[in-house]
Design a protein around this ligand. Structure first.
Ligand code: A2P
Length: 439
């Protein structure tokens, strides 16, 4: 009891700013301990419950983490001072009014609380387009740089290589599986209730894991699988055979069964529109924890964020292609012979982004990523370059001013900024659940 009271006094002193003195080491040690606590277990000391500790070495916000489900008072106080200790304004003032924010919970500026009750790190490594040899090195590099969140998909074809790294990492006695946050996705040709378990089990086998932290329905439309089930069935002209029988609510129930079975901690969707999200949320027994969509400075998904907040106030947004996916045109040309129009192509050299970057002595990529994480949007920049992997994770030691946030908000071109419309799947716009251009 005395020990607990002592720790509370120490953390209070830390919180009022004494951490810049020699007292800092004590503060860091105490914070590192307390970062493993929730309000629920803090008061039944000891609270060393294994819990996701996303790189507490460089946590800057000093408030003790609480469990908002059980502690509404601390929820309010955390909202008030969330960003204050690293000089940031309250996050809600930096977000365009009208969507999310209000009910969002951050943890120490580095993760968000999902509706499922689990936490998800704000920065993860994207792995789309990363080949086996590259991705193995990239994931190792990212782990060394402090990443604990990794995003992959059955369809990326790189789960085996990523799994090899996880296996090695978890086998190290200093590491815990519970420190990782791994997302993978149900392939578009697996969008049938009876196929969900098969594809998730296969992904787990490849990733050498017993469960994933987040399982997403990759696409809202469905394609028929080929005989091997490893790709879509193609018509003679190469176009995919559509599966119009898709029922999102039934599919969601099959995902919920995977949570019940312990194969997924949280579940969500990707590339869905707001109507589709609301339709699932109407019957969801396990909440839609996350929606992953294309999201970057020229396509900020403001309408989708506002509309999803109506049915699902705490749904987390993950931004794929947060740097504008500069390599996407080449990829689609090589793989599908398809030319894409890309408004976001020059995002990394956008004059405003470059100017803001020079003011903060950061790279344009860090400015683009910070603009999102400062609003509580999760980012999964893809990189296979060690220097960029490291750089993309270093977005928690500075804060964009209100004014710069607004300037970056104004880069948005809405739908005009979209790169990924999936029309490279010839004829997909005829699927009843094709998500774009419909409400
Ligand atoms: P590379 O893998 O060679 O680093 P997005 O996540 O928006 O799809 O962007 C990924 C693309 O951006 C990849 O081509 C990646 O190339 C490149 N990239 C990733 N991080 C950076 C960075 N910090 N600066 C410049 N380009 C980057």
């Amino acid at each position: 009891m005395l020990f607990k009271a002592g720790l509370c006094s120490v953390i209070s002193l830390c919180n009022i700013g004494l951490h810049s003195s020699a007292f800092g080491h004590t503060c860091n040690a105490v914070r590192s301990t307390l970062s493993k606590c929730t309000s629920a277990n803090l008061f039944s000391w000891p609270c060393f419950k294994p819990l996701k500790d996303y790189d507490s070495r460089s946590i800057m916000v000093s408030s003790v983490t609480s469990n908002p489900k059980t502690d509404s008072t601390s929820q309010n106080s955390r909202k008030k001072d969330h960003w204050s200790s690293n000089g940031c304004q309250k996050y809600s003032t930096a977000v365009d009014p009208g969507y999310r924010g209000e009910n969002m919970e951050f943890s120490e500026g580095r993760s968000v609380l999902l509706p499922s009750g689990h936490r998800m790190p704000l920065v993860g490594l994207g792995t789309w387009q990363a080949k086996d040899e590259e991705v193995e090195a990239a994931v190792s590099e990212a782990l060394s740089a402090g990443y604990r969140h990794f995003d992959t998909a059955f369809n990326y074809g790189n789960e085996y290589a990523i799994g090899r790294v996880f296996k090695r990492w978890i086998n190290d006695k200093d590491h815990l599986r519970s420190d990782l946050f791994v997302t993978t996705k149900l392939p578009v040709f697996g969008n049938r209730p009876g196929d969900v378990e098969k594809y998730l089990t296969e992904s787990l086998r490849r990733l050498q894991l017993d469960f994933v932290d987040l399982y997403l329905i990759h696409m809202p439309f469905a394609l028929m699988p080929n005989k091997n089930g490893d790709n879509f069935e193609a018509n003679e002209d190469g176009s995919p055979v559509l599966d119009p029988s898709l029922d999102h609510q039934k599919l969601w129930k099959a995902l919920e069964a995977q949570v019940d079975a312990g194969r997924a901690k949280s579940i969500g969707v990707s590339n869905f529109n707001a109507r589709q999200v609301a339709n699932i949320s109407a019957i969801a027994r396990h909440p839609i924890s996350c929606i992953q969509v294309e999201l970057h400075a020229v396509n900020q998904q403001k309408d989708l964020r506002r509309d999803c907040a109506k049915c699902c106030p705490n749904i987390a947004f993950t931004a794929y292609s947060p740097l504008g996916s500069p390599a996407a045109p080449q990829h689609f040309q090589n793989k599908y012979g398809y030319s894409i129009k890309q408004t976001s192509a020059g995002l990394l050299s956008n004059p405003l982004v470059v100017e803001i970057a020079s003011t903060y002595k950061k790279s344009p990529a860090q400015i683009l990523l910070r603009h999102h994480v400062q609003q509580g949007i999760i980012v999964i920049p893809k990189s296979v370059s060690p220097a960029r992997i490291q750089q993309n994770h270093e977005v928690f030691d500075f804060c964009l001013s209100e004014d710069d946030m607004k300037k970056l908000n104004n880069l948005d071109q809405g739908e005009e900024g979209r790169t990924f419309n999936f029309l490279f799947f010839k004829g997909v716009e005829n699927h009843p659940e094709y998500p774009f251009g419909k409400n």
